[in-house]
Ligand binder design. Structure first.
Ligand code: NDP
Length: 290
């Protein structure tokens, strides 16, 4: 059941957007931030600024953290560990799955329940359509606070392992960063050839919009380990990316990003996968990390 009150620690763009969303819903919100002045706009809207971390933790049972990383959590909560007893800490700060598990153990060790969260949208989309946050940790803790957590976004509980929310979050960023940079590389090549980013926009958007079709087609094959070269062959992919790299270099553009793809496909070729699908590279990637 929703408690209609909470403490929010960390008032960067994300924490501030979350505090705004709770205040707009009539929640009683206590805030704390290392740089206290960032609380001023929220205090003007009815939030209470706690003078110390211990006061912030004492104010409400539910404590949300929105910090740069988990190191910031230790820096802050380490000042008032005795005040953690009986609290539920939901850490919405980004970090790795391993560090999320460690953070959960540390908080649990001080007598508080813990959930890991991974917010998938920027601050301006908090409490808006399509906003989604991954959660992991004890199911009953999640269910108890679900209604409150759903004020900021849809809430997707991925499992009891505290690392899972961070893992799903990092998997999305894995896709996000490389996709964003592939677009930036294309923009650089376009501009070097007198084509503006605006000219490219409809075509770049079309290419990205076609990706779910590729993902949908290849996903069952990847899960089955089916790398048949019946639709495309790795050797074709290698020739194709060679043209991409050459076009970039001919345009005087740093082409290290497509070159990384080219090198992976060459490794696949050298490993005898020329007639397989280019998606068979996933097997090489797994071996490299073993
Ligand atoms: P910021 O890094 O801008 O700010 C987070 C907060 O962390 C600030 O309140 C800052 O305090 C505090 N902080 C950092 N280091 C310390 C420390 N050593 N001791 C005390 N406080 C510290 O992050 P955002 O608000 O942008 O994001 C918060 C989290 O949400 C991050 O983990 C981010 O990865 C994630 N996220 C952000 C998105 C975005 O678009 N912004 C999108 C999705 C997730 P102070 O104000 O004093 O500097």
């Amino acid at each position: 059941m929703s408690k209609q009150s909470l403490t929010l620690v960390g008032l960067g763009p994300m924490g501030s957007a979350m505090a705004d969303a709770y205040l707009a819903k009539g929640y009683e919100v206590t805030v704390w931030n290392r740089t206290a002045s960032k609380a001023e706009p929220l205090v003007a809207k009815g939030a209470v600024l706690a003078p110390t971390v211990a006061d912030a933790l004492a104010a409400h049972e539910l404590v949300l953290l929105s910090l740069t990383d988990h190191q910031a959590m230790y820096a802050i909560l380490g000042q008032a560990t005795e005040a953690l007893e009986g609290r539920t800490v939901v850490n919405l700060s980004s970090d790795t799955p391993a560090k999320s598990r460690e953070a959960a153990d540390w908080v649990n060790g001080h007598g508080a329940a813990y959930l890991t969260g991974g917010v998938t949208v920027p601050p301006h989309r908090i409490a808006g359509p399509g906003a989604l946050t991954f959660y992991s940790g004890p199911r009953e803790v999640f269910e108890e606070h679900r209604a409150t957590l759903e004020v900021i976004s849809a809430a997707d509980h991925r499992g009891e392992d505290q690392g899972l929310a961070a893992l799903y979050y990092q998997l999305q960023l894995d896709i996000f960063w490389t996709s964003l940079f592939s677009w930036l590389h294309a923009v650089a090549v376009a501009k070097a050839n007198g084509i503006s980013a605006a000219d490219l926009l409809p075509y770049a958007s079309g290419t990205l919009a076609s990706m779910p079709d590729f993902l949908g087609f290849y996903t069952p094959r990847l899960d089955e380990g089916n790398f048949a070269g019946d639709v495309e062959r790795l050797s074709m992919g290698l020739a194709s990316i060679e043209h991409v790299v050459e076009t970039g270099l001919d345009s005087g553009v740093d082409s290290s990003l497509p070159t990384a793809v080219l090198e992976l496909l060459r490794r696949g070729f050298d490993a005898g996968r020329a007639e397989d699908s280019a998606t068979s590279i996933v097997e090489l990637l797994k071996q490299a990390s073993a």
